[in-house]
Design a protein around this ligand. Structure first.
Ligand code: HSE
Length: 315
């Protein structure tokens, strides 16, 4: 029997993980976005958004969730149409992979309604188009972990090749979202167009170490390898109080701390929930003291499953 309606959750993500610009990311348990999709008799897409944020595009031609859904409908041409609602729970311009979570929830929802659904990994190529629409760049380091869960390595973009790193679920991530907005497109424009061989050597040493650390659960190694010689030095300036907040996280017991995605959120990694709460409190206090900025804190283990169907009706 076909599926009549689905509700899908897609999680927030920490992209880059410091040194892995555009190639590494992990999925969080919370926050995340929801998409509800219902089959309707007439082909086509109708779309609406439920959100407290009036800046969010609700137009079918502008919102990333609608965009990727439309791409799938154009390609698979099902005999039915879809009525879709995005329940936008995540802040935009936060560095938590907000556009990625919306795109991923959308493609998983459309897929679930198809007569012959694709494998999860085959949905990646649609989800990255949401990122292209949101920021002009089809980076996959948010959409891949949001879709597949765990830690993901984007080994190649042409062709797109994503590898799931068999991460140990012992890590606790602290993500602090200061209430300022950084647009990914602008944060990307700041990046150097070329790096020296010396910088590249430092960076690929750290990325390789990070991959080994994630796969073996070596948190000291992970912490050390978050060091980013390319994006953090320029993007840190977009985050008020960045250097003090990072130091506060390390002083409170974090193994490492860096920018989440393109910022302004910052993340730290540790191995216990108690230490994670202490780190989060220290980061929030420092943001307020140094920059007078309020924050939200998310403490989460790695989400090993990624996007999931939370409700489904057949018929
Ligand atoms: N890798 C992307 C960037 C992630 O840093 O621009 C954006 O969330």
């Amino acid at each position: 029997m076909n599926r009549r309606s689905v509700k899908v959750f897609a999680p927030a993500t920490v992209a880059n993980l410091g040194s892995g610009f555009d190639v590494l990311g992990i999925a969080l348990e919370t926050p995340g976005d929801y998409v509800l999709a219902h089959r309707q008799p007439q082909p086509g897409l109708s779309f609406s958004v439920r959100s407290n944020n009036s800046d969010l595009p609700s137009n079918v031609n502008e919102n990333v969730a609608a965009h990727v859904a439309q791409l799938m409908l154009n390609e698979f041409k099902p005999s039915f149409g879809i009525r879709m609602t995005l329940q936008k729970k995540m802040p935009i311009g936060s560095g938590l992979g907000s556009s990625a979570a919306s795109s991923v929830a959308s493609v998983v929802a459309v897929n679930a309604l198809l007569v012959r659904p694709l494998k999860k990994k085959e949905l990646l190529r649609f989800a990255v188009e949401g990122e292209r629409k949101a920021s002009g760049s089809p980076h996959a380091d948010n959409v891949a972990p949001s879709l597949l869960g765990g830690a993901c390595l984007v080994r190649s973009y042409e062709p797109l090749d994503v590898i799931s790193i068999p991460v140990k679920n012992t890590l606790v991530w602290v993500v602090v979202h200061p209430h300022v907005v950084v647009r990914t497109e602008e944060a990307r424009d700041l990046l150097p167009k070329a790096v020296s061989l010396q910088t590249a050597i430092r960076q690929w040493g750290n990325i390789s170490g990070l991959t080994v650390g994630l796969a073996s659960g070596n948190i000291e190694l992970i912490g050390k390898c978050l060091e980013d010689a390319i994006a953090e030095p320029v993007r840190g300036n977009l985050i008020p109080g960045f250097r003090d907040v990072k130091q506060a996280a390390l002083d409170a017991g974090a193994f490492g701390c860096s920018i989440s995605g393109s910022g302004p959120s910052m993340f730290a990694v540790t191995s216990s929930s108690t230490t994670a709460k202490r780190i989060g409190a220290a980061m929030v206090k420092t943001f307020l003291r140094v920059a007078n900025v309020k924050c939200d804190v998310f403490v989460s283990r790695t989400n090993m499953e990624g996007a999931r169907i939370v409700r489904m009706q057949r018929g």
